[in-house]
Design a protein around this ligand. Structure first.
Ligand SMILES: Cc1ncc(COP(=O)(O)O)c(C=O)c1O
Length: 390
């Protein structure tokens, strides 16, 4: 191992902020495209994307201009007022997805989208049992945390969960389907698990869950908060797998840095909703809606899905070097398996001006770069990985 470059300290001070995050030792003052500029004058290649958020790269001119123009025209109005920009964003998202999910409910965060999806499923079916997959992550709120693997042992905090939960196998189609009964309201799945370490659930498991949900009248929810909106090189992981859920949640890349999330609903589920069943103040505000339109427009007009597929395949082909022994995941939600602790490799890469993520699996480095990352950028990452030595 090359130890000539000093590893920076692990945690920066929180000051008046709640000390609930282990923070990366990097002080970013400016960013453009895939580059992060630090106070001390370093230029760092961003293979982390603000945790899978900065899909268009940082400060994309069309993203900046959209926010500027929308802020000037109409910065905010509630859902009690119909807005053209909100309707256009919903239509654009439905068309981009190309699934049979034809209705959108906008909210603000991934957990909030999942919270609403789980509530809708319980109401729709009149049932109180939910199946989630082992190692899945769905958010910090009462219902989303209840279906998050390991949350109750670590940080859940509520005295009880809002429904009964079973965690099912993420690898065995028969075992996964067997967890779903006639009492089950829904199954919630990340088709490519993010925090778990970029673990793609096999098509066999997704199809078995789809078939079983249909058989017993349960709803299938895809949590595409992290793997959606182009991150796998397809509009959604559902498109990649050829499996359509009844509800799909998405966030992160959807606003490429502006907070927005969405719930896409199948027609029969949408038709079950009545006035006042759901609500939000900020969800689908004009700034968020305008950004959604622009993000999808840029992904399509700049051929970013093709770029994600191409550069991802290039990385997978060439990543076996230095401390990296293999890869998993899809598109720009890639896990690189490391022969020594991933956190150590992450620090070594940051010392070489490359920021990558880690995962719950201690031997997985997680790559979540902007969709604008090129082969030349990937070469820089690969050269740095090689330079670390095995
Ligand atoms: C798959 C998945 N679902 C839900 C969430 C929660 O999203 P948020 O932090 O926006 O509430 C996350 C966040 O990392 C996620 O990765």
């Amino acid at each position: 191992m090359n130890t000539s470059i000093a590893t920076p300290p692990a945690v920066t001070p929180h000051g008046s902020l709640a000390a609930v995050y282990a923070q990366y030792p990097i002080d970013i003052v400016h960013a453009e495209d895939v580059w992060l500029h630090t106070r001390d004058g370093r230029r760092v290649l961003d293979c982390y994307g603000g945790h899978a958020v900065a899909a268009l790269g940082h400060g994309h001119p069309r993203w900046v201009e959209t926010l500027r123009r929308q802020a000037q025209d109409l910065g905010f109005q509630t859902n009690a007022v119909a807005l053209d920009v909100r309707s256009r964003a919903a239509e654009r998202l439905v068309a981009f997805a190309g699934l049979t999910l034809d209705t959108v409910f906008f909210v603000n965060s991934g957990a909030e989208a999942n919270e609403n999806a789980l509530k809708i499923a319980c109401r729709y079916t009149g049932r109180g049992h939910v199946v989630a997959l082992e190692h899945g992550w769905h958010g910090r709120t009462a219902a989303a945390g209840a279906v998050t693997w390991g949350a109750r042992e670590k940080w859940y905090g509520f005295p009880r969960t809002p429904f009964d939960v079973s965690f099912a196998s993420r690898t065995d189609p028969e075992l996964a389907a067997a967890a779903v009964t006639s009492q089950t309201a829904c199954v919630i799945v990340e088709p490519v698990q993010g925090l778990a370490g970029a673990h793609a659930i096999s098509g066999d498991v997704l199809q078995a869950l789809r078939a079983r949900c249909t058989e017993v009248g349960a709803l299938l929810i895809f949590d595409e908060v992290q793997c959606g909106v182009g991150r796998t090189g397809h509009p959604f992981a559902a498109n990649r797998a050829g499996v359509t859920p009844d509800l799909l949640t998405t966030a992160k890349a959807l606003g490429s840095g502006f907070p927005v999330s969405a719930l896409l609903l199948a027609p029969q589920v949408a038709q079950s909703l009545k006035l006042d069943d759901l609500g939000t103040t900020f969800g689908g505000g004009p700034m968020a809606a305008a950004v959604v339109e622009t993000v999808i427009d840029v992904i399509e007009s700049e051929g970013l899905l093709r770029n994600v597929r191409d550069v991802s395949a290039y990385l997978v082909e060439h990543c076996h070097r230095g401390p990296v022994s293999g890869s998993q995941g899809a598109g720009f939600l890639l896990g690189l398996r490391t022969t020594r602790p991933a956190k150590q490799v992450q620090s070594e890469l940051l010392a070489r001006d490359i920021l990558v993520g880690t995962a719950a699996d201690p031997n997985i480095l997680r790559l979540l770069p902007p969709y604008t990352l090129t082969r030349a950028h990937a070469d820089r990452l690969l050269a740095a990985v090689e330079g670390l030595g095995a």
